[in-house]
Design a binder for this molecule. Structure first.
Ligand code: GDP
Ligand code: MN
Length: 422
C-alpha cells in the first residue's frame, strides 16, 4: 500500500477536521530551528520515515528552545532507521499529555468480516502488540452505512471512557472514519491519540496507508508510487512502477531488493507468477545464488510489457546471470514472453557478453515459444551461455539451480581472468 509519512498523513487529517499539533516538516537543522522559533514554544522533533517505534529508538526528541530543535534535527537527519534514511523531521508543538489512546481502522479480511474494522484502546503510545487483548476493543464497520455514532459510543463505554468524554471521542472517531473513506485508506492509525491536559483530543502520530488501487483517484495526494517498498524506491523501482502504471494488461511488476550494488553473485530474477516465483527462489537458494530483484509477468501481459520488465531486470549493474523462471504450466500464451525475452536479450547480450541465461518456459504454446527462443537467440553476439528448457523441467528446481550455478561460475571465472589480464 502507498504509505504516507507522518507529516503528510497529518495534513490530510487536519483537512478532515481532526486536530493535529501545529507544525511542519523540515529538511535541515536551520529550517527546524526556524519552525521552532515561529511556534515560540517547546517542540517535538520527529524523524519522518516509514517505520514505527521511533519513540523507543530516540528518533522523537522533545526540546524547549529553537537552538535545541536545531541540535535535535542535526542528530536525527541523515541517520538510517530500519533501512530508511531520514530526509525530513517534523517539528511541531509539544503536547501537554494527560493520557494516550490508540485507535486504528484497518481492513478485516477474515471470511466472516471482509470489511473495515476499528480498534480502540485506552492503552495508547505503546506497540499495540504489547497491549493485553482485553484492553483492545473492536468494531466492524459497514462499508455501505459507515460508522454510526451510537456504535462508536457503545464501544467507547465498553472501553471505559468516562461519560463526560464519550461525545468528544465519538465525534473524533466518526471524523476518522470519514477520513478513512474519503482518502481510500487501507490503514489509518493514530497512536497515540492524545488527551491533552486541557481536555483536547489531538492526533499526535499518524500512520496512513492509501489503497494502491485507489491512488489514481487522489492526484491531490501526490503519491509517486502506488506500491509498498521495504526500502526507499531505487531508480529501478521508479522505472518498474512506470511500466506497471502505463499499461494495466497483465502484471508487469519489477522491484529491487535493495541490495548492495557493488557485491557480485546476484541474479536478474524474472519469475512468472507468484507460486512460480517461490519455486524459482528455491532454485536459487539451493545453490546459494541471490535474486537482485523481484519481478512478475503473469496474467497474460502483452509482449511489450514483458520486454520492458526483462530489460529492467537485465540492466541491473553487477548481475551475474538471468533466470526466466516459468516454473508452471502457464495458460497464458507463452510466445509473448518468448518474443519479449528474445528482444531484450538481443539488446543486452552484446553489452554483457557471456551472461548466463537460463530460460524456463512451459505451458500454452510452449513448443512455439521454445522455437522462438532458440531461433531468436542463435547467432546473437554474446549469447554464449544461454540454456532453454521446457516442461520436462517444469518443477525441477534442483536442475535449474544447478545449471545456472554452473554457468555463473564459468562467467565469474572469465570475468576475474579478464580483470587480471588488464
Ligand atoms: P512512534 O514511536 O514512531 O510511533 O512515534 P510517536 O509519534 O508515536 O511518538 C512516540 C511517543 O513520543 C508518544 O507515544 C509520546 O509519548 C511521545 N510524544 C510524541 N509527540 C509528543 C509530544 O508532542 N509531546 C509529548 N509530551 N510527547 C510526545
Ligand atoms: Mn506512534
Amino acid at each position: 500500500m502507498a504509505k504516507l509519512l507522518e507529516y503528510q498523513g497529518k495534513e490530510w487529517l487536519r483537512k478532515a477536521g481532526i486536530p493535529v499539533p501545529v507544525g511542519r516538516a523540515a529538511s535541515s537543522p536551520e529550517e527546524a530551528e526556524q519552525i521552532a522559533a515561529e511556534l515560540g514554544k517547546p517542540v517535538a522533533v520527529k524523524a519522518q520515515v516509514q517505520a514505527g517505534g521511533r519513540g523507543k529508538s530516540g528518533a522523537v526528541k522533545l526540546v524547549n528552545t529553537p537552538a535545541e530543535a536545531r541540535e535535535a534535527a542535526t542528530s536525527i537527519l541523515g541517520t538510517v532507521i530500519k533501512g530508511y534514511p531520514v530526509r525530513k523531521v517534523l517539528v511541531e508543538e509539544k503536547l501537554d499529555i494527560a493520557r494516550e489512546y490508540y485507535v486504528t481502522i484497518i481492513v478485516n479480511s477474515a471470511r466472516n468480516a471482509r470489511c473495515p474494522m476499528m480498534m480502540f484502546s485506552t492503552e495508547g503510545g505503546m506497540d499495540i502488540e504489547s497491549v493485553p487483548e482485553d484492553k483492545i476493543f473492536r468494531l466492524l464497520i459497514s462499508p455501505l452505512f459507515g460508522l454510526e455514532v451510537y456504535d462508536a459510543v457503545d464501544m467507547l463505554v465498553k472501553a471505559g471512557i468516562p461519560n463526560d468524554q464519550v461525545t468528544t471521542f465519538a465525534n473524533l472517531l466518526v471524523k476518522l472514519w470519514n477520513a478513512y473513506k474519503k482518502y481510500d485508506c487501507f490503514t489509518l492509525e493514530i497512536n497515540p491519540l492524545v488527551m491533552t491536559a486541557d481536555g483536547q483530543l489531538v492526533a499526535a502520530d499518524c500512520k496512513m496507508e492509501v489503497d494502491n488501487s485507489s491512488v489514481y483517484r487522489h492526484p491531490e495526494m501526490g503519491i509517486e508510487i502506488a506500491r509498498d517498498f521495504p526500502h526507499e524506491p531505487t531508480e529501478l523501482d521508479r522505472i518498474g512502477w512506470g511500466i506497471e502504471k502505463a499499461d494495466t494488461r497483465g502484471s508487469g511488476f519489477v522491484m529491487s531488493m535493495g541490495f548492495d550494488e557493488k557485491s557480485p553473485g546476484y541474479i536478474g530474477y524474472h519469475p512468472i507468477g507468484g507460486g512460480s516465483a517461490m519455486m524459482g527462489m528455491d532454485a536459487l537458494n539451493k545453490v546459494g545464488l541471490k535474486p537482485a530483484n523481484y519481478a512478475d509477468t503473469s496474467g497474460n501481459p502483452v509482449a511489450s510489457k514483458v520486454y520492458r520488465v526483462a530489460k529492467v531486470v537485465l540492466s541491473q549493474p553487477n548481475i551475474d546471470g538471468y533466470l526466466l523462471g516459468g516454473f508452471m504450466m502457464a495458460n497464458q500464451e507463452q510466445w509473448h514472453h518468448a518474443h519479449a525475452v528474445v528482444k531484450a536479450l538481443r539488446e543486452i547480450l552484446p553489452k554483457k557478453p557471456g551472461l548466463p541465461c537460463v530460460l524456463l518456459l512451459c505451458g500454452n504454446k510452449e513448443e512455439e515459444s521454445l522455437a522462438i527462443l532458440r531461433e531468436g537467440l542463435s547467432n546473437v553476439e554474446g549469447a554464449t551461455r544461454v540454456e532453454i528448457y521446457g516442461r520436462e523441467h517444469v518443477t525441477d528446481t534442483d536442475f535449474i539451480g544447478q545449471r545456472l550455478l554452473a554457468l555463473v561460475k564459468e562467467y565469474q571465472a572469465e570475468k576475474r581472468k579478464q580483470g587480471g589480464d588488464q
